[in-house]
Design a protein. Structure first.
Lengths: 269, 269
DNA sequence: TCCATTAGTTCCACTATTCGGAACTGAGTT
DNA sequence: AACTCAGTTCCGAATAGTGGAACTAATGGA
C-alpha cells in the first residue's frame, strides 16, 4: 500500500470529483437557489469566477434549457428542469408503491399526508395527498427541508446506521425557524432517543409556527436509503392527544409500505 | 473562408455547441427518457460511446445526484432533479401571475384547468387545478406533450411568429396517438387557420381517447415565449356545444393573464 | 469442472475543451 | 467628451475528457 514517493497527497480532498459537470451543476445550484433573480455581475461576485469562464458556463446552461435568461438580464431556472423532474417523479417506483397507502391514510384522518426521503443532509418530499386546498397547490413536491426540524426528517434519522447519522449530525447547522426548533445536536439526540423507542416522531411547530405533525420512518434493506411518512395538520386540529391517536395509523401505513417494497427492489427509488 | 484542405466538414452541424455539459445532459436525457430502467450495457448500445467514457460520465451524473444507480445495476432519474424543479416551479413568476386566473376558471367550470408553455417543439405543463381526483395526483406538471395534438399546443402555435412556426412545423413528426390526431402539416395548418380566426383551439380526443379540451393562447411581448391555458374534460361532459360555451371563459382568462404579465416583465418565466 | 461469454471497471497516452487574462463594445452618467 | 460599469469576445496555456486495451467478476453452457 505505502509507496516511497510522498508526492501524492493522501486523501485530503472530500470533494466529489465530478470535473466539468460538477462545476456546471454547482453554478446551476447557486442560481436556482438564489432568493431573487441574479444578474451576470451578481453571479460573478458570488462565484469569484473569471468573466470569460462564467460567461461560457452560463451560455451553455441557457442553451441546454437548464437556465433561462430574461430580457432584463437576469438568470432563473429553466423549463427543462421541470421536464426532467416530471420524468423522475413518474418513474419513482417507491412513490408508486407508497401512493395507495398515503391515500388510505389521508382518508382515515382527513389531513395532509406526506412522503419524504433522505437525500444528503435533507429531506426531499416525494409525494403528498391533501384535501381541498385553496392555494399552494402541489407546492412542496421536490422541496428540500432540514432533517432536524421535520417529523419525517427526525424519523428517518432515527433508523439510519450510526455512521451515517454521525456524519449527518456533524454537518448540521441549526437554524432557529421557530422557538421550538432544536438548537443543537444534544437536544436533537435526546429527541431521537425518544423517537427510537416510540417508533414515531412528532414535530411540534419546530419548522413552522402553527404546523404540527406525526411521522413514522420506513426502513429498508438498503442502508443508504431512509424515508418516512407523516400526517400534518394545523396546530388547532393537532393537539398532543390527537397526534398520539394518529400515531398508530402512521406506523401501520409505514409498515405496510415497507412490506410492499421488496416486490420491486431497486429499479428507481 | 474556403481552404485547400477539404478534410473539415463545412457547416453540417446544427447541434448546439454546449461542449462537455451538452454531452452529459444528452446522456441524462436519454436515461430519464427510457420507458424502463437501463443497465450499463443498454446505454452503451444506445449511445455507441466507448466503455471508459460512458462509465465516467455515468459516475459523474450519479455523484451529482442527477441519476441514481440501483443495487440491481440499473440507472434511473435522481432525486436532485426533483429538488431543482421544485425551485424552478416555486420561482416561476409567470405561474404565480396565472394561478388566480386558473383557480377562477376552475371554479366557473368545475373542470380541470391547465397552464402550459411552449419549449422547443413541445408544450410543458406549468400548472394545473383540478377537482377531487382519485389518483394521478399532480401527475403532469412538467410533462412535455406534442404541440400538434394538444389544445394548448395548437393555441400557442397559432400566435408565434411565422418564422418560429415554420421552424417547428418542419421538425415535427406526427405520431398517431388516436384516430383524430392530425397526420401531417397540411391538416395541422388548416386547423391552425381556424384557430387563428376563432382565437381558441379545440382538442377533440386528438391526444387521448376520451379527453377533450378548449384552449386559448396567451401572447406576450416576448416573441419567443408562447403559452396557453385550457379547460380539459372527459368526452361525455365535453360535447361540442359545451366546449363552445366554455370558449369565452377561457378566452377571458387568457386575456386577463396577458394583462397581468407586464407588471413583472421577465424575471423568471 | 472448465472454458467461453458477457458485464462492468480501471488505466494511461493523446487530444479536444475549458480556463482566464486582457482587450473590446456599448449603455448610462458626470 | 471622458468616465464607469455591465456584458461579450478572443486566444495561448493548462486541464480535463477521450477511448482503446487490459483487467476482473459474474453467468452459463458442455
Amino acid at each position: 500500500m505505502s509507496s516511497k514517493e510522498d508526492e501524492k497527497a493522501p486523501e485530503i480532498d472530500k470533494l466529489a470529483d465530478t470535473g466539468t459537470l460538477g462545476k456546471a451543476i454547482a453554478l446551476l445550484d447557486l442560481v436556482t437557489r438564489a432568493p431573487e433573480p441574479l444578474r451576470f455581475t451578481d453571479i460573478l461576485k458570488l462565484t469569484g469566477l473569471p468573466r470569460g469562464s462564467l460567461h461560457r458556463q452560463l451560455r451553455h446552461l441557457v442553451l441546454e434549457g437548464l437556465l433561462d435568461d430574461s430580457p432584463d438580464g437576469t438568470y432563473g431556472p429553466g423549463l427543462r428542469l421541470l421536464e426532467f423532474a416530471s420524468r423522475a417523479w413518474a418513474k419513482s417506483s417507491f412513490r408508486e408503491v407508497a401512493a395507495p397507502h398515503l391515500l388510505r391514510l389521508h382518508q382515515q384522518t382527513g389531513e395532509t399526508v406526506h412522503l419524504g426521503v433522505l437525500r444528503g443532509h435533507e429531506i426531499i418530499y416525494l409525494d403528498k395527498v391533501e384535501g381541498r386546498q385553496a392555494l399552494r397547490l402541489h407546492s412542496q413536491i421536490g422541496k428540500a427541508s432540514p432533517v432536524y426540524c421535520t417529523g419525517i426528517g427526525k424519523a428517518a434519522l432515527s433508523v439510519v446506521s450510526d455512521e451515517l447519522r454521525a456524519e449527518i449530525l456533524s454537518a448540521l447547522c441549526f437554524e432557529p425557524f421557530t422557538p421550538g426548533t432544536h438548537k443543537d445536536v444534544a437536544a436533537l439526540l435526546e429527541d431521537l432517543q425518544k423517537i427510537k423507542s416510540a417508533g414515531f416522531a412528532f414535530d411540534m411547530e419546530e419548522h413552522e409556527i402553527g404546523i404540527r405533525c406525526v411521522a413514522a420512518p420506513i426502513s429498508s434493506n438498503d442502508a443508504a436509503f431512509a424515508s418516512g411518512i407523516s400526517i400534518t395538520a394545523p396546530a388547532f386540529r393537532a393537539s398532543p392527544e390527537q397526534l398520539k391517536a394518529w400515531a398508530p395509523l402512521v406506523l401501520e401505513a409505514a409498515h405496510a409500505i415497507q412490506l410492499d417494497i421488496p416486490r420491486r427492489l431497486g429499479p428507481a427509488k
